[in-house]
Design a protein around this ligand. Structure first.
Ligand code: PEP
Ligand code: MG
Length: 882
């Protein structure tokens, strides 16, 4: 058991500092074990009260003062301190030991009666609310009433007489509310305070906080009892907070704030303006020097940025608390790198200290923090970044305006493959429907476009050219801003800052001097992650540009090249011909015309990824996605007919659209089913891939194509389609006289495929887990609808803490992945395993995939650095627990 398990974070650090000989106010810690026993039984563990009294007696001897002494009393604080910091969630009682007699002694000994009565009324207030469960408002109301009577505004304007009155009033409140007097016996106060701190583990807010932060329920809190020291004993006293490095930027040098003649809570509350820590040097040089020494010592001890709370009482420095300090993502990278350079930590440790989420924040553009914002609505933050631009309600308009040099935000109810040109042209994409795996989200992420989806507060009227949102009308052409991290939709242009880290990683751009330390730090940590990582990182990319970018960002190949976009645009007519073909000749002619176009696409992608694997997935979405919208076409046909311009082609098309209409397209004719139902489709795609590879070989390249068959549910499907691909491969080999090695594998996206993975593996060189569909089909959650529809309710009700489309559901979908991996390798020990669903770029999921022996993850190009970093971290984790 770690010290922190027993003593809590604060207690362990106090003990550590005491051991180091630092000036910590004497005290003792009651363990989490005692808390757990109390929470279980409702009683103090036997002997605990006695033990507390013994420790207090020891404290009294050390300090030469007694608790409750009417002449010069010792006062103690009682504070919570769990293993994991839960700021503000649990209780604290200060100034224990004051009563009607000792308050007089404190006034005399401190030379300030006002201070003594102010402390006493604070004790009554805190004890009343925390220990006696009296509504805190009862005290606050009395304080307000008194201030109003006295005609003063601030607490500090109340004089001694006022505070005496307040003490009497608070005592009356306690008597009225509890039927008992405030306990005058300091030991009784102390025992009750300890019990109250134990109980505060169970308050609603603490429970909620733990649920949100994933802190186990059964840890309990420790309680720290410490001698009170006072920073408000005149100009020679004060309180402050300091950091051993700048927690905002990570720059070296000490940082902090100091407030003379004040207590710790005054510093935090911002009652008066603090001075920068350097100012303390002028006020009290010896204390400042001693504090700087303490800072150096603590940083050396914890080998990390420390955040320290201190008090100076009559020129005597006391260290009240220290912990490893929270920091911004920039500071995390800079400090980790600096500490390696200083020889304090090794590169592994540097890698452990940063996260993919932090890196993601450094890679994307963000809004200037200081800029003004007018909030319109909030959707799902689907692709990070920040973007401003004119609202365009159609893809065509987005393209037209972007061509004129305008920044555009494409705003759609949802997007479909037709919107691709607009998405490419736009700075960002905003939709009213769909979640993190909707078309808009997946495509935008792939392109590095900022995207907010599922903003159901948007009521979009394309015909009127306006969007109703939050009671406002936003016209097409008005400027909005979207934050792809928070999901916020804002009115007007909010200034955006680009990421110097991304510019460096992607374009090799030299950073400006101010950004150099950060860029160097990221590059250093990334290089180490790439070194130690076991999981390979590939990219989901289906254009040569994306492939090239992915490679620059560190991808070791393409794990998913979706071929469907290659059927869009001007090629759509060929697809229509294919669908409408009435006989084999017509079908073959359409396929023959598609072939050279597909081949040309693959040649370029294989060129960009020369020497690295490129996994090309055969067409997946249902065919009707490539046909015109049914309603629009029906109207067109009806109008044509009415005007006597009957078009046979349009009629045939309308029939086809009607024929292909499905109630549940996600569960319909798509994936491998399409390849089996449309003769010649698989052969054409396979031929395009293999001929492209042969062309690359002829040009002296090193193509590594892999053909991947989607949505397989039974081995029989794979056997059939594999045979077709192999036939083409052998034909191309003979025709071209080159032996292009090609691996043929399958996606595991259907639960049945996962459950029968041993049989499927017999026909697969590799598996790639399509965790988007696998999640959709395992949960029965429509991936396009549920995130916006009811996930917020599920989250509020504690059913889900995070969307399973975002982070792998380890217990369900993850179990399927793990067992399919095992079953597959039982059949084929060398079976290569990848993940190409959106989870491939998610930090938490990557750690899971590492743990079940997946070989690579594939994610959108812009997530490649994040995945590389997390793959490195996951490998270190694996090493620690072999
Ligand atoms: C998947 O289902 O995880 C996958 C990668 O395929 P798509 O998202 O194209 O359905
Ligand atoms: Mg899929």
């Amino acid at each position: 058991m770690e010290q922190k398990d027993l003593l809590g974070g604060k207690g362990a650090n106090l003990a550590e500092m005491t051991r180091l000989g630092l000036p910590v106010p004497p005290g003792f810690t009651i363990t989490t074990e005692a808390c757990r026993a109390y929470l279980e039984t409702g009683w103090m563990p036997p002997g605990l009260d006695r033990e507390i009294d013994e420790h207090v007696a020891a404290l009294e001897r050390t300090m030469g003062r007694r608790l409750g002494d009417p002449h010069d009393p010792l006062l103690v604080s009682v504070r919570s301190g769990a293993k994991f910091s839960m700021p503000g969630m649990m209780e604290t009682v200060l100034d224990i030991g004051l009563n009607d007699a000792s308050v007089v002694g404190l006034g005399r000994a401190s030379g300030s009666e006002r201070f003594a009565y102010d402390s006493y009324r604070r004790l009554l207030q805190m004890f009343g609310a925390t220990v006696l469960d009296i509504d805190a408002a009862a005290f606050a109301d009395e304080l307000e009433k008194l201030k109003a009577e006295r005609g003063v505004f601030a607490d500090v304007d109340l004089d001694v007489a006022d505070l005496r009155t307040l003490v009497a009033t608070y005592q009356r409140v306690i008597r009225q509310r509890t039927g008992r007097d405030f306990p005058q016996d300091p030991r009784e106060q102390l025992h009750a305070a300890v019990r109250a701190v134990f109980s505060s583990w169970r308050t609603d807010r603490a429970v909620l906080y733990r649920r949100q932060e994933g802190i186990p329920e059964d840890l309990g809190t420790a309680v720290n009892v410490q001698v009170m020291v006072f920073g408000n004993r005149g100009p020679g006293s004060g309180s402050g907070v300091c950091f051993t490095r700048d927690p905002a930027s990570g720059a070296p040098g000490v940082y902090g704030d100091y407030l003379a003649d004040a207590q710790g809570e005054d510093v935090v509350a911002g009652i008066r303006n603090t001075v920068p820590l350097a100012g303390l040097e002028d006020l009290d040089k010896p204390a400042f020097d001693q504090l700087t020494e303490v800072m150096a010592l603590l940083e050396e001890h914890y080998r990390d940025l420390c955040d320290i709370e201190f008090t100076i009482e009559d020129r005597h420095l006391w260290i009240l608390q220290t912990r490893v300090g929270k920091r911004t993502p920039e500071a995390a990278f800079r400090i980790a790198h600096a500490m390696v350079t200083e020889g304090v930590i090794d590169p592994d440790e540097a890698l452990r200290r940063v996260t993919g989420d932090q890196l993601a924040q450094l890679l994307f553009p963000h809004f200037d923090a200081a800029a003004e914002r007018i909030h319109l609505t909030t959707g799902v933050g689907a692709a990070p970044g920040a973007a401003s631009g004119r609202v365009a309600l159609t893809s065509a308009k987005a393209v037209a305006w972007a061509d004129l040099g305008e920044d555009v935000i494409l705003v759609r109810r949802e997007t479909n493959p037709d919107d691709l040109p607009g998405m490419i042209a736009a700075r960002g994409v905003l939709t009213a429907r769909g979640g993190k795996t909707s078309h808009a989200a997946v495509v935008a992420r792939g392109m590095g476009r900022t995207c907010v989806c599922g903003a159901d507060g948007l009521d979009i009227d394309v015909d009127r050219g306006e969007v109703l949102v939050g009671g406002r009308v936003v016209l097409e052409g008005d400027v909005v801003s979207i934050d792809g991290t928070t999901g916020d939709v804002l009115l007007g242009a909010v200034p955006v800052t680009d990421s110097p880290v991304l510019r460096h990683l992607d374009a090799g751009e030299e950073p400006a001097e101010v950004d150099r330390a950060l860029v160097d730090a990221v590059a250093f940590v990334m290089a180490h992650a790439a070194d130690v990582g076991r999981l390979e990182v590939r990219a989901n990319a289906d254009t040569p540009e994306d492939a090239a970018r992915a490679r620059r960002l560190g991808a070791r190949g393409i794990g998913l090249c979706r071929t469907e976009h290659m059927f869009l645009g001007p090629r759509r007519e060929l697809v229509e011909r294919l669908i409408l073909a009435e006989d084999q000749t017509a079908r073959e002619s359409a396929l023959a015309d598609l072939l050279p176009l597909q081949r040309a696409d693959f040649v370029e992608i294989l060129r960009e990824m020369d020497g690295l694997p490129v996994t090309i997935r055969l067409i997946d979405p249902p065919l009707h996605e490539f046909l015109p919208d049914h309603t629009e076409l029906a109207v067109e046909v009806a109008l044509e007919d009415a005007h006597g311009h009957r078009s046979t082609r349009h009629h045939a098309l309308l029939d086809a659209v009607a024929r292909l209409h499905e109630q549940n397209p996600m569960l319909g004719l798509r994936g491998v089913r399409l390849g089996i139902a449309v003769p010649g489709l698989v052969a054409m795609q396979a031929r395009a891939v293999l001929e492209a590879a042969a062309d690359r070989v002829a040009a002296g390249g090193d193509p590594r194509p892999e053909i991947m068959i989607p949505l397989v549910a039974t081995a029989a499907e794979l056997v059939l389609v594999r045979a077709e691909v192999e036939k083409v491969a052998s034909a191309v080999r003979t025709e071209r006289g080159v032996d292009v090695p090609v691996r043929i594998g399958t996606m595991i996206e259907v639960p049945r495929a996962a459950l029968t993975a041993d049989r499927i593996a017999a026909s697969a060189d590799f598996f790639s887990f399509g965790t988007n569909d696998l999640t959709q089909l395992t949960w029965g959650f429509s991936r396009d609808d549920v995130e916006a529809a009811f996930f917020p309710i599920y989250r509020d009700r504690g059913i889900l803490s995070v969307s399973p489309f975002e982070s792998i559901d380890v217990d369900g979908v993850g179990a399927l992945v793990g067992s399919a991996a095992r079953l597959g390798r039982e059949t084929r020990p060398d079976l290569h395993l990848g993940v190409c669903g959106e989870h491939g770029g998610d930090p938490r999921s990557i750690h899971f995939f590492e743990s079940v022996g997946i070989d690579y993850v594939s994610c959108s190009p812009f997530r490649v650095p994040v995945a590389t970093l997390e793959a490195g971290r996951a490998a270190l984790e694996g090493r620690r627990t072999p």
